[in-house]
Design a protein around this ligand. Structure first.
Ligand SMILES: C=C(O[C@H]1C=CC=C(C(=O)O)[C@@H]1O)C(=O)O
Length: 400
């Protein structure tokens, strides 16, 4: 298959999300910039340990065969694919999709990319959210608390240093949901995050696994969390407590170390700040570190994402022991939760977030996910409260 791809400037300043039709919408937006897209001109589904490399090879071969006219020449113009990758090697399916049309914005520049001269459909009005029925996911509260206590004792016993344990919630809807409503609410309420939708996986992630932009590589590492109260004075005191909390600083250090050591193989001139800052979101605050570097090889954004995944923000330390414990204890399939989600262009630039504060829509069912980093000094009840706070963005966006 070969594609005819054209990117031209567009004079538009409206909300990117307003362009999305109900069928096959794709999105990666933050503060009014980013990419929205729809349709499937080409797609590959991959699985297993080679899911990233198989998808990357397919995209590179497609790019080599395609005829591209690009009058904008920015990261995200020309041939672009959106992707969502399974957390684990097994089970789970990953996807990389070349849309029929992409509308993008970066600063004051807006563009449109068409594939095989696709025409833009008129976006229909967003359907109201149907009635929702909520239920427990794989583990109920008591079982999950027991699981966290079990993990803490394994860490104290010296089996590993850190593990991230997640839980899910199930929503059943009377009819399939129009994801554009939740996407608009997430983008409006969580401007510090990347609002995304790829193949039923949607959310607003505050964590950027990797961005590659003309050789500059950036990663926003998050780990260590405190719930916000809504009272500014109290939240400020909590932010100060978070910045001093040895439990959270330990959790954070493992995550930064995992990202910095994976990027070191591909980058020079790396900057890894010595101390984290506190990232404020409407529902929680996180310890955050922005790691940057200059790529000294030709690794694409997707290859960098593959080498960083799973960081200790979603797996643990050491990685293999943490993944084995997740499989043993969590009792559920993470599917694409906590996997890389984002986009790539034909020059290798792209942005991949970690699919957190997210949910997967499958027909009339929606599965929400939230996880917490566990170290030797973690308290199970506090982790439960933290996981509840992490459900808030998607729960509110669904109107639950
Ligand atoms: C695993 C999640 O969050 C990660 C990212 C930020 C803070 C985290 C924490 O404090 O546990 C987690 O490592 C999630 O939101 O599901």
């Amino acid at each position: 298959m070969s594609l005819i791809v054209r990117t031209t400037r567009l004079s538009a300043s409206d909300d990117l999300l307003d362009h999305l039709p109900e069928d096959y919408p794709l999105a990666w937006v933050r503060r009014g910039e980013g990419l929205v897209a729809f349709g499937r001109a080409a797609e590959i589904r991959t699985a297993g340990p080679t899911r990233f490399s198989d998808a990357g090879k397919w995209f590179a071969e497609l790019a080599a065969r395609s005829e591209v006219t690009d009058e904008v020449d920015e990261p995200g113009t020309g041939l672009v694919a959106f992707g969502a990758f399974a957390f684990a090697d097994e089970p789970g399916h990953s996807t990389l999709i070349v849309p029929e049309m992409v509308i993008g914005r970066r600063g004051a520049t807006t563009w449109i990319t068409t594939v095989n001269d696709a025409l833009q459909p008129m976006p229909e009005p967003v359907a109201p959210t149907p009635d929702l029925a909520w239920s427990d996911g794989a583990l109920d509260r008591e079982t999950w608390l027991e699981t966290v206590r079990n993990a803490v004792s394994r860490i104290q016993h010296g089996d590993l240093d850190k593990v991230v344990l997640a839980r899910d919630l199930i929503v059943t809807t009377a009819e399939p949901i129009d994801v554009r409503g939740p996407l608009r609410r997430l983008a409006a309420e969580y401007p510090n995050t990347w609002t995304f939708h790829v193949d039923g996986l949607f959310g607003a992630t505050p964590e950027l696994l990797v961005r590659r932009e003309r050789g500059l590589v950036t990663s926003r590492v998050l780990a260590g969390t405190i719930r916000r109260t809504g009272d500014d004075g109290q939240d400020l005191a909590l932010a100060a407590a978070l910045a001093r909390s040895s439990k959270d600083l330990e959790e954070h250090e493992y995550a930064v170390e995992s990202v910095a050591s994976a990027l070191e193989a591909h980058c020079s001139s790396m900057n890894v700040p010595e101390a984290p800052y506190v990232l404020h979101l409407p529902n929680v605050m996180h310890l955050a570190t922005d790691v940057t570097g200059v790529a000294h090889d030709s690794s694409t954004a997707l290859e960098l994402a593959a080498s960083l995944h799973p960081s200790a923000a979603v797996g643990g330390t050491p990685t293999e022991a943490a993944l084995a414990l997740i499989t043993e204890l969590e009792g559920m399939d993470r599917d694409r939760y906590a996997g890389p989600v984002g986009w790539i262009d034909a020059s290798g630039d792209g942005e991949w977030g970690i699919a957190l504060r997210s949910a997967q829509i499958t027909g009339n069912q929606i599965r929400l996910f939230a996880g917490c980093g566990i170290v030797g000094s973690s308290d199970a009840d506090a982790e439960w409260i933290e996981s509840e706070a992490k459900f808030v963005p998607v729960r509110d966006a669904l109107g639950g």
